[in-house]
Design a protein around this ligand. Sequence first.
Ligand SMILES: C[S@@+](CC[C@H](N)C(=O)[O-])C[C@H]1O[C@@H](n2cnc3c(N)ncnc32)[C@H](O)[C@@H]1O
Length: 201
Amino acid sequence: MAVGDVSTFDRFARLYDAVMPAAKRSKLRAALARAKRPVERVVDVGGGPGRAVRAIDADCRVVVDPARGMLVQARTHDIEAVCADGSQLPIRTASVDAVVVSDALHHIADQRGVLQEAKRVMRPGGVLVIREFDPTTLRGRALVVAEQFWGFDSTFYSPTALRAEIDAVGLDGQIIDRGFDYTVVGLARQENGNSKAEEFE
Ligand SMILES: C[S@@+](CC[C@H](N)C(=O)[O-])C[C@H]1O[C@@H](n2cnc3c(N)ncnc32)[C@H](O)[C@@H]1O
């Protein structure tokens, strides 16, 4: 796990929650609309204070994040929050309709593991929504430098490279929008390989 990134977010969780603007609801909604099933159970991986999942209407919304300070902040917003690494989700196979990873994938050490876990926990027809920053844009290049300066161990993908990563784990990748911040989804096929729907552990 990229301990450096997690410890920083743990320490500055309250400040982060106070200063960050709301998530872009319309972008998240457009991406979630790609699901081939109703979106009722959503997991926000690397969800921090639940910024993304708070912008989503769903019956069950859970943040998974290893930074305990972030979990405290998520709970202040009445969001259920679980302490775990995104590449080892404490969630049963085929039990959720959507996985969201917003402004977090580049901070996670085992990015392939997160994609594989998203595939595992999604029901057939579910959708993985990733909101990220494109390092090939001008602002993206500046962000890469800024995060290095700040001491983060970040790894960024372009939209095309991320779609290829998503395809590689057996989800159907689609680029929803491009720009400095962009959205890519991975659709869980109807034959997801997950044999039965189960509940959260
Ligand atoms: C920039 S914050 C984004 C938080 C939230 N998604 C948002 O949009 O505000 C990045 C988050 O990734 C989390 N993170 C870092 N490593 C992680 C890992 N291995 N698994 C899950 N989350 C991780 C950090 O703790 C932090 O909360």
